[in-house]
Design a protein around this ligand. Structure first.
Ligand code: UVW
Length: 333
């Protein structure tokens, strides 16, 4: 039995099964993965993550750089001393990690909304495919310290084999680094100019140039308003939402903070749906979002060669119950 009687308009709930937890990632078939391998022509690899310890981004002041420290042994002592009676030594460490501080994946447990899934006139908080806040996504520490998603956690992505065809649209080359909410027409114009072909099963990467602003921010010390810099998708454009639905893409990733323009959430009177791209992708369609990726070097390399496709390998941590994960993606061209 599905977990819902009503499903939201524009959603694909149930289409991959009533218990499905990976959404559009189901479209990444063995055949499509094989086809992605043909995009590797030179064997050059690009690491697409920022350092995990970039300074706190002002828009998300509750997410902090990792706090790394030495692990203790059973007696509470530190490692890195000579083994008793031997010549060897060991060093271990531990980390307090905000999973969505730097380069990251959002799982489908990251954003849901109030919706009358039962058809009883009462809007409850639900996530993709009707999984419930509380029962399925607790938002609290579990008894053994595990948090926070009993369903839809990032391990569902980790075990889905995150490797396929990546395709980049270079929005910085098309529109510069000024703040711009990118509509469907803007996107299609850029794709046309760059001869980008998006296929079912693709990971869509949007390069905006915000990664460089993040990396240079401390050196410049100029308080660059990262939340509104560069291009970001315009979630108010219904045509763009429909394009995402029709495209067959399995994920959208970008070097900016949130993939989408943040005008609504930053406005003095925000509407009920403040992050419409998150709503469409994570809640209605099961399309994964990758934020704060480091795309600059790959974008420059592709642009020079008038290429746009590559093999992308980007598994998150297999951390059961986590709603997000750091990731160190690799693009091979
Ligand atoms: C924002 O910060 C708006 O996005 P996310 O929570 O997905 O990182």
């Amino acid at each position: 039995m599905p977990r819902w009687v009503n499903r939201p308009e524009g959603s694909n709930w149930g289409e991959f099964g009533e218990d499905d937890q990976i959404g559009r990632m189901n479209l990444l078939t063995p055949e499509r993965r094989l086809a992605a391998m043909t995009e590797v022509r030179e064997g050059v690899a690009f690491t697409l993550s920022l350092p995990l310890n970039v300074p706190t981004i002002p828009f998300a002041p509750f997410r902090h750089p990792p706090r790394l420290s030495a692990a203790c042994d059973e007696e509470g002592g530190m490692f890195n001393r000579r083994d008793p009676g031997g010549d060897e030594t060991t060093c271990d460490d531990r980390v307090l990690l905000y999973t969505q501080h730097s380069t990251q994946w959002d799982s489908l447990a990251h954003r849901g909304r109030a919706f009358d899934a039962d058809g009883d006139g009462i809007a409850e908080l639900v996530y993709y495919n009707g999984f419930r806040a509380g029962d399925d996504v607790s938002g609290a520490d579990g008894p053994s310290g595990e948090s926070c998603a009993r369903a839809l956690g990032i391990e569902t992505l980790a075990t889905a084999g995150v490797q396929g065809r990546g395709v980049m649209i270079n929005l910085k080359a098309a529109y510069g680094i000024e703040s711009r909410a990118v509509t469907r027409d803007d996107l299609l114009r850029a794709m046309d100019a760059q001869r980008v072909e998006v296929r079912t099963g693709d990971f869509l990467l949007l390069y905006t140039g915000v990664d460089r602003l993040i990396l240079d921010r401390e050196a410049r010390g100029d308080g660059t308003p990262l939340a509104t810099a560069g291009c970001a998708l315009d979630g108010r454009d219904e045509g763009l939402l429909q394009w995402i639905i029709d495209s067959g893409i399995v994920a959208i990733c970008s070097d900016n903070i949130a993939i989408e323009a943040l005008d609504l959430i930053l406005s003095p009177e925000p509407p009920p749906i403040r992050l419409p791209i998150h709503d469409l992708c994570l809640f209605r369609q099961g399309i994964f979002l990758g934020e704060l990726w480091y795309l600059e070097r790959l974008a420059v390399w592709l642009h020079k060669r008038e290429r746009h496709a590559f093999l992308l390998t980007a598994p998150p941590l297999r951390l059961p119950g986590s709603v997000g994960s750091p990731v160190t993606p690799v693009a091979t061209v």
